[in-house]
Design a protein around this ligand. Structure first.
Ligand code: NAD
Length: 484
């Protein structure tokens, strides 16, 4: 194996476990690169106890001191950028540039957390004569973060810097498919000076997630993954009276109007559907072409043809994912859609065992087809056609998800109309992947997110803290006028 067997990380130490293990395969080569323990509820409890022990001194440390650790951590992320990106590439299958962009985003998230002292200043008011009220943000205690496979480095950074800077201690549960990046994150945080027990990592799958939702000492759970599991986690965590924000899957619609800039639209749409091999919750997997857009569709195909597996297109995560994506294409074709560019059976010379799917463009998809309804999570663009923008919006509005939606147009009023009427949390105007960058918050609507707050940015401050309100009055008679 290229990497040592993954261990849990508790109180600043790697911990051996007698749990059964799962193989970790590199999707680039189909080769075994490590193993990951499928930890038990007892292993989780050990980590929670460590996080509980660390909480009093960590939360008592002034926030201006806590952020110093994250300033140092940011420089370590920069120092080790290449190693971190290589790790993401190897375990997830992204291209090097995509893997590097993920680490750059982790740095941006860390920078935001470093600005927290400026953002969470409390409130203070004399509410009646001699009576003062103040409100300040306090951490929750031990919290948990459960991550998916598609961003092994970035998604843990959606939660770790903010939750920790705000004074919480954490259990991280990485995806069992990509557990390597988390080990390196913990090592760098320790090097930056994070006290032992503030961040703990417990690996595993369903059993450990259920144990997190049930553990009485965990106050809040953040989850990122598929809608099916997000629902289960949200219901289970909240029924155990925890705070929970659970981000789910997506089906993002890109509405292309005839007045859109052809080249800009084509490159944006092609990049949106194929970036990270389509394994992004922000992927524009469905395009709705309104009116006469054949010329733009032709340019999208031209752009997509330049996306070559093994060069500027990474692999998908597993053999099963490849089979599922190719099945979607086959079914759509059988149902009458027209495959304009076919990425099935892609083979990369020298990486014949890697899990590659080529960029695929399918036109004349109809809303009743499975490919129009389900999250495909591969480099596949399904194009639907309508005559009017209202029809396009009706299709977008009818889908159960609500992560992102975008419109491509030269008309400000059409753009504004989509902004007002798309039923999604993140809207793009001539932008195919409208990720709100810090200090804005990331989070979708509908079946793409359960829970009140977003997971990053300013909204996450609300999630990771609780308000303490103090009302103070001193008896004026008790004032001593020190004369002696
Ligand atoms: P997943 O739901 O299979 O797994 C996510 C996490 O849940 C993993 O840590 C996994 O171990 C755990 N898990 C899996 N099965 C479980 C079960 N039965 N019970 C309890 N826990 C379980 O998701 P994935 O395949 O790792 O990630 C891809 C999905 O994540 C896509 O649907 C994608 O859209 C979504 N995603 C959403 C966002 C967002 O911001 N909305 C961001 C990234 C990924």
């Amino acid at each position: 194996m290229k990497y040592p067997a993954i261990r849990n990380y508790v109180a600043g130490q790697g911990v051996d476990s007698s749990a059964a293990t799962l193989d970790v395969m590199s999707p680039l080569s189909g080769q075994l690169i490590s193993t990951v323990p499928l930890s038990s509820a007892a292993a989780l409890d050990e980590a929670v106890q460590a996080a509980k022990v660390a909480f009093p001194s960590w939360s008592a440390m002034p926030i201006k001191e806590r952020v110093q650790i994250f300033y140092r951590y940011k420089t370590l992320l920069e120092r080790d950028m290449k190693a971190l990106a290589d790790l993401v590439r190897e375990e997830n299958g992204k291209t090097y540039d995509e893997a590097r962009a993920e680490v750059e985003k982790a740095i941006e998230l860390t920078e935001f957390a470093c600005s927290m002292p400026q953002l969470i200043q409390g409130e203070f008011l004399e509410v009646s004569k001699g009576v003062e009220a103040r409100a300040e943000r306090k951490p929750l205690g031990v919290v948990a973060s459960i991550a998916p496979f598609n961003f092994p480095n970035m998604v843990p950074h959606w939660t770790i810097p903010n939750a920790l800077v705000l004074g919480n201690t954490m259990i991280l549960k990485p995806s069992e498919q990509v557990p390597l990046s988390a080990v390196k994150i913990a090592e760098l945080l320790k090097e930056a000076g994070l006290p032992d027990g503030v961040l703990n990592i417990v690996n595993g799958d369903r059993e450990i997630v259920e144990a997190i939702c049930d553990h009485p000492a965990i106050q809040a759970v953040s989850f990122v993954g598929s809608t099916k599991i997000a629902k289960v986690v949200y219901i289970r965590a909240t029924s155990n009276l925890k705070r929970c924000v659970a981000l789910g899957g997506a089906k993002n619609h890109l509405m292309v109007l005839p007045d859109a800039h052809p080249e800009m639209t084509a490159s944006n749409v092609a990049a949106s559907m194929s970036g990270c091999a389509g394994q992004r919750c922000m992927a524009g997997s469905t395009m709705v072409g309104v009116g006469a857009v054949d010329g733009i569709v032709a340019k999208i195909v031209e752009e997509a043809r330049k996306i070559i597996p093994g060069q500027n297109l990474g692999s998908v995560i597993s053999k099963e994912a490849k089979a599922r994506i190719e099945q979607h294409i086959t079914e759509a074709e059988a149902a009458g859609a027209k495959v304009l560019l076919d990425g099935r059976n892609a083979v990369v010379p020298g990486h014949e065992e890697g899990y590659y799917v080529g960029a695929t463009v399918i036109d004349y998809v109809t809303p009743d087809m499975r490919i129009a309804q389900e999250e495909v999570f591969g480099p596949v663009l399904a194009i639907m056609r309508t005559n009017t923008l209202d029809e396009a919006l009706a299709i977008e509005n009818a889908n159960p998800y609500g992560n992102a939606a975008a419109v491509f147009t030269a008309s400000g009023s059409s753009a504004r109309y989509v902004m007002d009427h798309a039923n999604a949390g993140m809207i793009g105007i001539n932008i195919g992947v409208p990720v709100p960058r810090e200090p804005f918050s990331f989070g979708g609507w509908n079946e793409s997110k359960f829970g009140a707050c977003d997971i990053t940015g300013k909204s996450s401050i609300e999630f990771w803290t609780q308000l303490k309100k103090t009302t103070t009055k001193w008896n004026p008679e008790s004032r001593v006028n020190w004369m002696s």
